[in-house]
Write a protein that binds this ligand. Structure first.
Ligand code: SF4
Length: 479
């Protein structure tokens, strides 16, 4: 099975959440700007019959009205009469849903909206709120044991902890500040302006906010929409390629219902998340099955209506939207022949030694040292156990020595490599990194003075650790 076929089998993404914007497209728009306009694709891959478009819109919206999931952002957007508050409610949900399952997002969304119900409230929230003397329980061990106030918080990061892709929360807040300080508190009113004026808002998010909040008749394309459209129109060329992505945007803009654009877009995404799922789509329950050429092809051996030749009739000449000639339709895959995507690049392997430094806290409970990561880059600003990136293939003895040297800086005194106890390895997959944490522990029977010249650090109980802005990977380490 080739790379393309393998990618088709895996599906584009987990179903259920808002699928990621297409690869090859930055959050600020399609990547092929400036490329020569491609020739129009064969009609086989288009929606060109106005009656069919009307029919599809009606069927999809009727299904959505009946079957849509009850989700907090939908309830908020439907009940909110103020356009800015409505746009904010949609915006937060769209940012959280990127790459994340709906079921995971609900709790985070509710907590976020409770804490920062408006743009103004979010704009005022500080990424770092020093609470020294303002609610921080005084540490009975005295200031020598902590270099930072014991409850120095990162409100946004903490609330986001566990959702992944942590820069999203930070960018959301930066954009909220911009709206308040530079746009007089008013959200831009069109998809174009949203994308142009707000940091972190790309073409997809702008379209979603504008269509759902303001009723602008503009389409959206995310992973769910890609899957549905590619199946509806038998598009088997690499769905992450700029040529296909641009065609899909054109198609989404042509299909979107003019009177209910927000509902239509949500319906299309809902269909991809719940019915037209990656691996075992429920075609029998699909409200648009009569428009689906992949299903026709599966049932009747070819899409309908179709020239009485293989695929769209231009395959021999190289149709830009058909599966490549070397990867023709595979009848064992049925509709899941579509979409297809070039195989992902191999993840970069990174090994990191991390040490759970433990002391007995003043109330007898164990406490752990956590340190803050730099404010940019991977997991920016989050907290972690003292960690050190290792050279690949470093012998265990050498990595233990390197970690002991590293810990010397944190504890202010020599650490014997042999005192580090190897606990095991924790694997965590980031979008582009295969991360292995080699976990050690080191119980301390004496206090250490943390050097204020180093990165921020603090001692936390297990409960405080879980409430802190720590990554999912670090939570795995402590488990
Ligand atoms: Fe997807 Fe099946 Fe519906 Fe076609 S008929 S859109 S493949 S669920």
């Amino acid at each position: 099975m080739s790379q393309l076929r393998a990618a088709a089998g895996r599906g584009l993404r987990r179903s259920g959440g808002r699928a990621a914007p297409p690869a090859g497209q930055s959050r600020k728009g399609a990547s092929s700007r400036g490329a020569p306009a491609p020739a129009p694709p064969p009609a086989q891959h288009l929606f060109s019959d106005p009656a069919e478009i009307e029919d599809l819109r009606g069927n999809l919206l009727a299904w959505y009205d009946k079957c849509k999931r009850d989700l907090p952002w939908r309830t908020l957007a439907a009940a909110e009469t103020d356009a800015d508050r409505r746009a904010y409610a949609v915006w937060v949900s769209e940012i959280m849903l990127q790459q994340t399952q709906v079921a995971t997002v609900i709790d985070y969304y509710n907590r976020w909206m409770q804490k920062w119900p408006t743009l103004q409230a979010l704009a005022q929230a500080s990424l770092e709120v020093s609470v020294a003397g303002t609610g921080c329980s005084p540490c009975p061990r005295g200031s020598s044991s902590n270099t930072m106030p014991c409850l120095l918080e990162q409100e946004v990061n903490e609330l986001w902890a566990g959702l992944g892709y942590y820069s999203r929360g930070k960018r959301l807040q930066e954009a909220a500040r911009k709206v308040v300080s530079e746009l007089a508190g008013q959200m831009p009113r069109t998809a174009e302006d949203l994308q142009k004026l707000l940091p972190g808002v790309g073409r997809y998010t702008a379209g979603a906010i504008a269509s759902i909040s303001y009723g602008q008749a503009t389409g959206v394309v995310d992973g769910n929409v890609i899957r549905v459209l590619c199946r509806l129109r038998c598009i088997g060329a690499d769905s992450s390629s700029p040529a296909v992505v641009n065609r899909l945007w054109d198609m989404a803009n042509a299909l979107v219902d003019r009177s209910r654009p927000g509902d239509f877009n949500q319906a299309l995404m809902e269909l991809g998340a719940t019915v037209c799922v990656p691996k075992a789509p429920l075609c029998g329950e699909c409200p648009v099955k009569q428009h689906c050429r992949a299903r026709s092809r599966k049932l009747f051996g070819k899409p309908t209506p179709v020239p009485d030749v293989e695929d769209c009739g231009k395959c021999v000449g190289g149709c830009p939207l058909c599966p490549p000639a070397v990867e023709p339709w595979d009848s064992s895959l049925g509709v899941t022949n579509f979409p297809r995507k070039a195989a992902k690049k191999q993840l970069r392997a990174v090994r990191t030694a991390t040490c759970v430094l433990e002391r007995r806290g003043c109330r007898g409970a164990p406490e752990y040292l956590i340190v803050q990561r730099p404010s940019s880059g991977l997991l920016a600003g989050l907290w972690e156990f003292p960690s050190l990136t290792l050279a690949q293939d470093l012998q265990e003895e050498k990595q233990r020595e390197a970690l002991a040297d590293h810990l010397h800086a944190w504890t202010g005194q020599p650490v014997a490599a042999r005192s580090l106890r190897l606990i095991g390895e924790v694997i965590h997959i980031f979008s582009h990194i295969h991360q292995t944490y080699v976990v050690y522990s080191l119980p301390l029977d004496r206090d250490v003075t943390l050097d204020p010249a180093l990165s921020p650090s603090r001692w936390v109980t297990e409960e405080e650790f879980h409430a802190s802005a720590v990554s999912t990977a670090m939570k795995k380490v402590l488990r």
